[in-house]
Design a protein around this ligand. Sequence first.
Ligand SMILES: Cc1cc2nc3c(=O)[nH]c(=O)nc-3n(C[C@H](O)[C@H](O)[C@H](O)COP(=O)(O)OP(=O)(O)OC[C@H]3O[C@@H](n4cnc5c(N)ncnc54)[C@H](O)[C@@H]3O)c2cc1C
Length: 502
Amino acid sequence: MIDQQSSITIPAAPIMEIEVLRSPVNFLRHMLGALPHEPALREYEAWWETEGRHISDATDRAGTPWLRMFDRAGRRVDEILYAPEYWRGLRQGYKAGVVWRAFEDQSLSASALLDYITCFYDPGLTCPYVVSLATAVALDRHGSDALKARFLPQLLRRDDTVWQGATWMTEIKGGSDLGANVETVARPSGERWLLTGDKYFASNVGADLAVVAARPEGAPHNVRGLALFLLPRRSENGELNYTVRRLKDKVATRSVPTGEVELRASEAWLLGSQDRGVHLILEVLNLSRVTNALGSMAIAQRALAESADFTAHRIAFGKPLFEQPLMRKQFDEHIETLQDGFALGWESLLRLNEVWRQKPPDSDRYHLFRLVAHLAKYWTSDLAPQIARWAMEVHGALGVLAEFPVERWFREAMVLTIWEGTSHRQILDGLEVMERKGAHRLLFERLREAADPVDLAHMRRRVEAHLELPQARREALAEEMFRELAIFTARTVRHAAAPLAV
Ligand SMILES: Cc1cc2nc3c(=O)[nH]c(=O)nc-3n(C[C@H](O)[C@H](O)[C@H](O)COP(=O)(O)OP(=O)(O)OC[C@H]3O[C@@H](n4cnc5c(N)ncnc54)[C@H](O)[C@@H]3O)c2cc1C
């Protein structure tokens, strides 16, 4: 019988690392030093330990929630039917500050730390928090004063009445090539627009407000023809402004409802200017990519923590698995990787903190941020499923049983490379920002003081030689170079003198 809860004693170094794994806040402290709002972070973690874990387990086990489309009088209501405890759990993060703290602090750090803790316990729940923040940021940056006055306060509430956001771009023909595949049309109607089309992967469906990609009537059928709109759940006359065709039956992230949304002359407001729509869409996605990078490492940490508990108690060949040299070496390597990946994710957050309130035109800092975000999303989303798979293997046959926690972290990790832009897109968009904006030179300048000069010169030559390749080869061979650059950046920022200032 394995007691998953009892404490473990682990001999020899790196004992601190292993203990640190068991608490997201302790790991964040280990990586970052003093944390902003640490008492609030600890209180949030304590809620997860006492109550949230059980709600999360039950939500995952229950599978896809139901969609109640009609009320008893036959009116369309489109309510998502989770258990009442789910809604209580969901509100915890909003109250703790996943959205409002970003605006109060004028920094995304506290939101990112709260999202990290959330993801350690329930990766799916991080999604509503991040898309709500992205909605609030897009509205704040690009909404008119009247629109902000009307909708922003609801998203920043600190109590149970808080509104949720959502970010809906993807349609049935595919999410990578939005320029070609978005068929939702926007027609002007006075100060508003009316949107008609279908969104095929719409997470946090049921949200009170969504930012939605659509093509204004007559705009070119390419990525420049896209614009971003703010769309409330209820129209001005109180009617449902979008309907939900069905909920997706997903293998994981079950604590966020993902559905298919129908827009039929749905009221919306243009954000920013029509000709900058694609930039606004990228801003929204880039914020999620940073959180995805940090969340990937939270899942990896959780999988390692479960494995540490298990191997401390499972005996084979006369001693705990954890003390077997091969197992121990693998632990040490994964813990190193975890810290490298976190360092790269946090670097992307620091770069985002520099630019998220900047107005156009895009600066060099923005191009640098974009490259770091692509590197971080790409590499960390690859690491998390690898570590989660290893964690299952460490549990042996028990690892594939639903009653043990580790198979869930593998399921949860699988989505990381796909949503918020797949790994292919991270690599190809990373190439683009290097080719067109010279972002690699900005990155090497940023790393100059911290990096070993010989390694830096080697990496610089490697990237520049790659960018000289003919187009098709440049794309075909890009992954290896991109991975090397990600690892080089991660290790350099991790070991810099003052690397990860909050
Ligand atoms: C659980 C979940 C929730 C989601 N929630 C949302 C949401 O709330 N809002 C939203 O807008 N979207 C959402 N998505 C959709 C997600 O953003 C898309 O899955 C993603 O953008 C990829 O699009 P696709 O799945 O249509 O794949 P496709 O675009 O069809 O691509 C298929 C494959 O081809 C690859 N590919 C494409 N172009 C190239 C190329 N040039 N070279 C090499 N390979 C290429 C892709 O990388 C991918 O591997 C969600 C997805 C999931 C799984």
